[in-house]
Write a protein that binds this ligand. Structure first.
Ligand code: ATP
Ligand code: MG
Length: 284
């Protein structure tokens, strides 16, 4: 019995998906542009597909699970379950206008033409704001639409914003934020559900690890209470005596988000020789 997963064959999600599975100890080869392969480390069968087709394959039960982005699912909803956010493939769907467009608020789109590959999501956004605009659906190169006179604005995916910028466009509204998610078919049960639970446990450990850092520091023994107060850790910090009397080494785990603030507080609390290491896995 194998768990069948659908991944993007090539594109912005392909690398993140492979990397995530590799960190979960699940390697595979996709040599020669194969459309199907198996992992030797885990009972996993992998299909490589266009990202737009993945929700259908999962909904139809051809694959048990798949990696897709939220914007694809929102544009074309399917009967699948969203199991976990994966933290890669992050971008936003935004409305952008030519620099000369004097933009005040969403009402400025009334009666205007907006080019997009996401007519459903854009339509819902405009309806929510009670604005009626002319949605012009195109399948690619949306960013050139205003310069060739096809539209007054665009609604497109943005990550750094450099494509918009180089086409003389300015981002004015965020319609949705998007990232990769793991989806499963409805009613997964039995040994397939057990395999998914096992995979999910590994994915969560990898995610926890990437969001945390391992920190080691030296401090006078008397400063430990003050230092411990700054370190949440999984439980309490590990305190190990140093060869030098009156000194200890303190080990703990800190979140990546507020890591620099914590380091500043630790220094003020008397910490020295602070080392910060990445964590490979974090099993809770
Ligand atoms: P496929 O051949 O599988 O259909 P594609 O051309 O539809 O691929 P990609 O360009 O690989 O898709 O993008 C896949 C997803 O990556 C997008 O739907 C989007 O969610 C995300 N993404 C992240 N950053 C960006 C960006 N700057 N521009 C476009 N998509 C982005
Ligand atoms: Mg696609």
């Amino acid at each position: 019995m194998k768990l069948k997963i659908a991944l993007q064959k090539s594109g912005r999600l392909a690398e993140g998906s492979t990397e995530m599975l590799r960190k979960c100890g699940i390697g595979f080869s996709n040599g020669g542009g194969k459309l199907r392969t198996e992992s030797e480390d885990f009972p996993l069968e992998i299909f490589f597909l266009r990202d737009d087709d993945i929700p259908d394959y999962v909904a139809d039960g051809v694959a048990d699970i798949g990696v897709v982005v939220e914007n694809v699912l929102a544009e074309n909803p399917k009967k699948v379950e969203i199991v976990e956010k994966l933290g890669f493939g992050r971008c936003r769907l935004s409305i952008a206008v030519p620099k000369v467009f004097e933009y005040g608020d969403v009402n400025d789109f009334a009666g205007r033409r907006i080019a997009t590959s996401y007519p459903k999501i854009l339509g819902e956004f405009l309806a929510k704001h009670k604005v009626t605009a002319d949605i012009h659906q195109i399948s690619g190169s949306v960013e050139i639409a205003p310069s060739i006179g096809l539209a007054d604005a665009v609604c497109d995916l943005v990550s750094s914003g450099s494509t918009l910028f180089s086409n003389g466009l300015r981002e004015v509204e965020t319609v949705m934020n998007s990232e990769a998610v793991l989806i499963s078919r409805m009613g997964l049960d039995g040994s397939v559900a057990e395999l998914l639970a096992k995979l999910l446990f590994r994915i969560r450990s990898v995610q926890a690890a990437s969001q945390n850092k391992y920190i080691l520091l030296n401090a006078p023994k008397g400063n430990v209470p003050e230092i411990s107060a700054v370190l949440p850790g999984m439980r309490s910090p590990t305190i190990v005596p140093l060869a030098e009397p009156g000194w200890v080494s303190v080990h703990s785990v800190i979140s990546e988000h507020d890591f620099w603030d914590r380091v500043d507080s630790l220094k003020s609390a008397g910490a020295e020789g602070i080392l910060v290491l990445s964590i490979e896995q974090m099993i809770r």
